[in-house]
Every structure is written in C-alpha cells, then in structure tokens.
Design a binder for this molecule. Structure first.
Ligand SMILES: [Zn+2]
Length: 498
C-alpha cells in the first residue's frame, strides 16, 4: 500500500518534470519573440506540439492524478504553500476532467488555426475571415462553462474565476458601473477642451540607441538586477521569467515616438522587479505563477502612478534633457508633464491613456458577458463593438482592424482575461495611495534612486509571488476593504490637470 510519503514524492516528481517543460517553453517563447529567424517556425511548431502533448500527459497520467487527489484529501498534513498549490491544481484537474480528451485536443487545434485566421483577418481588416473560428471558440467556452459550473460559480463567472480566484460578475458589474457613471460624462466634457501646449517637441527625431540607453538608466534606477535579468527588443514588449534567477524584458524603440520606450521600460521593469524579488523559497513550486491582475498592478504602479507623477519628473526631467539635449531644449517640465498625461478618447486599447483605458476594458467585459450569457452572437459582434465605442468614448472604428479585431485574446480562447487589466490598475492605485502615506516620495525622488520604493514593494507585494489572493493582499496592505474608490480618486486627479 502506498504511504503519504509515496504520494508526496509522486507529486513532487510530477512538479519537477512540469518545471522542466516550463523552462523549455520559456526559452522557446523568448527566442521566438526576439531573435528567431522568421523561416524557422514551420519546422519548430511540430516539435512544440510534441512537447505540449508530453507536458499534458505528465499532468493527466494516473500516477499524478492519484497523488493530487490523495494530497487534496490530506491538506492538513501539508504546509500552507503546498496546501494552496494542491487546492489550485486539484481545481484545474477537476475542470480538465469535465472535458473529453478529444474535445481538448480539437480545441488546441482550433486555437492554433484561429490565431492564424485572426492575424489574416486583421491584416485584411475583414472580420468575416475570423468569424467562423470565433463562433467555434465561443461555442467551446459556453460548453466548458456549462460542464464546469458549480452552485457557487457558474456561467461566465467560471472564466472570470480562472484569471482571479473569486472574481465574478457581481464584483465586476459594481466595479465597472461605478467607473462608467463617474468617468464617461467627464471624458465627453474633455473632448471640447483646448490644449495647453503645442507639444511640437514630440514631432522631432529621437535616436533609438539613446532611447535604449535611457531605458537602461531607468531600469537601473528602479533596481532591476542585470545579473539575473536582461533586456532585448520585440515588436510587442513583454516580460518573462523563469523562477527569480532569470527575468527577461523587452522594449521597442521608435524614432518618432520616444515616449513609448520610456513608459514601456517602466511598465516591463515593474513586472520584472516582481519576478526577480519574490521569495526564493517559492522557487521550484507553482506559486511562482503570479495572478495577472496583481502582476499588472505592479507594472502600472511604476509606469503610471510613479512614472507620470509631477514630483518624479521634477527630479528626473533634467536627466532626460541630458539624454536628448537638442530635442528637449527649452521644453519645460510642465509641458512634458502635461504631454505624458493627456486624456484623449481613442480606438486602440493599447494606446489608451489612463483615464479612458478602463472604458476600453468595460466594453470588452460587457461584450464577453453577453456572448457567454447567450444574449449576443458572434456574427453581431462588430456592430455591437462599434456601437459601444460610439456610446462610451464618442469614437467609431473605420474598419474591423481598429475595432473588434485589434486584440489577440479571443483568438487564443482567453475569455475572462480583460477585466484583470482594469483591476490591476485599481490595485495599483490603492497600493500607491497607501505608499504615499508610508513613504516620503518627493524625498526619495530627490535621492536619485527608486530603490527605497522597490524595497517597500518587495516587503508588501513582491515577496509573496503567487502565494496570495490579490484582493486579500491589497486589503492587508491598505488596512481596508478593497473598493474602486482609490482608483476613481486617482483618475479624477488626472482629469483635473487637463
Ligand atoms: Zn503588463
């Protein structure tokens, strides 16, 4: 008969093998997104498929499943972190077992074809090329929700809960309705305002190598550890980490848009610090996987709360001018500050300013909810999308590429993901509000280094990696129940400086 130790060993062996697969995928993804030659993908995709299948088999084999089930019924014998890990993985296993092997493999084929169809449809600005694939994806998600539903978590809530435990439509409805009521009228008023400055400096050319040097300067200032991390270029910037010893971030540099690389460095740097500074005790466990909303809260805290703050630039702007002496000659810190804090309704989510950003998310949340609750069908999605943009932001896409086809998420089968972006911003605002009470930020900015901020964040957030529920952690840091209020107050300040 197997003992507790046998089951525990079987689980730990499974976990180690899974981590090895993670490492392979981590390096493959990094290579694909940064330096791989474009001709390599046809050959490699077949082997990536084989690796994915092996990883799946490792998870679904009898030995692993029985170890997970045994440990899940003996949680009291496990330490807190292993308890949390086993609870999470048991939940995933139960859900996976609600779908047949055939359904799961057909779904992964569908996703890979849909992603290609989406790219083509976006290029040709034609939703109808993507529509049959998205219809099948939505059908699959509806079926999945039906099968996986429980008394406490059903319908679209199943998908929301996957990206943040406990998140549901009641929480999201209240969150987004408050934002909508408070922000939409203000955004409409702003459309008639006169600009304070010409921002002519932004029309000049900014050397890419100098931008690169400046972004490294910012990362060093934040305390990013280049002995355990590096940075390269990619079209769509991202951060990826394998345990805390290897954390890689990317940036992009455009001669005619120097601002982009500055805020990308701060954003990805925020993600990178979180990865690098989690407790080393979490290495080797699955608790190194941080929830999206909490991860995004840390990138946005550095990018927006600190990176768009007047006090920060009062100290940092002379250095930026030193990097770009010709372009920024005679440009005041006030003009630069207003430039980086402009609020303008626009069509593309990833280019949106801080105030209109949550409205882009609200639109996606409402549409997903209707799709999953069967009150909207995929064929009517472009029309519904365009109407929502007109209603909330007063702008209308000229074609599907700048409308319903702009994001890759739905092609990848990610429903329930978008709300975590807005929640991340809200968590950032709450944590930042508390940080302002505990730290003398202007004094820290004057010191020339941001490490005191990074240390504070390590103590309050980073060290926990993925071991804590985001909302619980935010409530512990701020000593109050989480609400949208801090975020709203923060955004209203942004509106007041327009
Ligand atoms: Zn991010």
């Amino acid at each position: 008969m197997k003992t507790f130790e046998d089951y525990q060993k079987a689980y730990l062996d499974y976990r180690k093998r899974d981590k090895a697969f993670s490492l392979a995928f981590y390096l493959l993804e990094w290579d694909s997104e940064t330096i791989a030659p474009t001709g390599c993908f046809d050959v490699r995709s077949e082997y990536i498929g084989v690796l994915s299948q092996m990883r799946n088999e490792n998870f679904l084999k009898e030995e692993t499943q029985s170890a997970i089930c045994f440990l899940a019924s003996h949680l009291d014998k496990l330490d807190t972190n292993l308890q949390k890990e086993i609870k999470n993985i048991k939940k995933t296993l139960d859900k996976t077992n609600k779908m047949t092997q055939e359904e799961l493999s057909l779904h992964s084929v569908l996703i890979s074809k849909a992603t290609q169809a989406w790219a083509k449809a976006k290029k040709e600005k034609n939703f109808s090329l993507f529509e049959p694939y998205l219809t099948k994806i939505v059908d699959y998600e509806r079926l999945y929700c039906e099968r996986v539903s429980t008394k406490d978590c059903n319908g679209y809530d199943v998908l929301l809960d996957e990206f943040e435990e406990g998140l549901n439509q009641t929480v999201c409805d209240e969150f987004f309705t408050t934002l909508q009521h408070n922000l939409v009228p203000e955004i409409k008023k702003l459309s008639t305002r006169k600009q304070k400055y010409s921002y002519a400096f932004n029309k000049q050319t900014f050397d890419c190598q100098t931008q690169k040097d400046y972004s490294i300067h910012l990362l060093n200032k934040m305390g990013f550890d280049f002995t355990r991390g590096l940075t390269l270029e990619s079209e769509h910037p991202f951060t990826t980490g394998f345990e805390c010893a290897d954390v890689r971030i990317t940036n992009h540099y455009y001669e005619d848009n120097f601002i982009s690389s500055i805020f990308t460095a701060l954003h990805e740097g925020g993600h990178g610090l979180f990865e690098q500074q989690m407790d080393k005790k979490l290495v080797g466990t699955f608790l190194t996987q941080i929830s999206m909303s909490l991860h995004e809260s840390q990138s946005r805290l550095y990018e927006n709360c600190i990176g768009r703050d007047k006090d920060f630039w009062l100290q940092e702007y002379p250095t930026l001018q030193h990097f770009f002496p010709l372009q920024l000659k005679g440009v005041t810190v006030d003009e630069y500050f207003h430039f980086i804090n402009q609020v303008t309704p626009s069509l593309i989510r990833t280019d949106a300013d801080e105030v209109t950003y949550p409205i882009h998310i609200l639109i996606r949340y409402e549409l997903e909810k209707k799709l999953m609750n069967r009150t909207l069908e995929v064929k009517d999605l472009p029309k519904a999308w365009n109407e929502a943009y007109k209603r909330y932001l007063g702008v209308e896409p000229a074609n599907d590429a700048e409308g319903v086809l702009q994001d890759i998420h739905w092609a990848g089968g990610s429903f329930g993901y978008f709300p975590t972006y807005a929640l991340g911003s809200a968590y950032a605002a709450s944590i930042y509000t508390q940080m302002q009470k505990e730290l003398d930020l202007p004094k820290i900015y004057a010191s020339g280094s941001l490490k005191e901020i990074t240390n504070w964040l390590r103590q309050k957030v980073y060290q926990y990696g993925g071991s804590r529920n985001p909302r619980d952690l935010v409530e512990e840091i701020t000593h109050k129940k989480f609400s949208v209020d801090d975020y709203l107050m923060y955004l209203k300040k942004k509106i007041s400086i327009q």
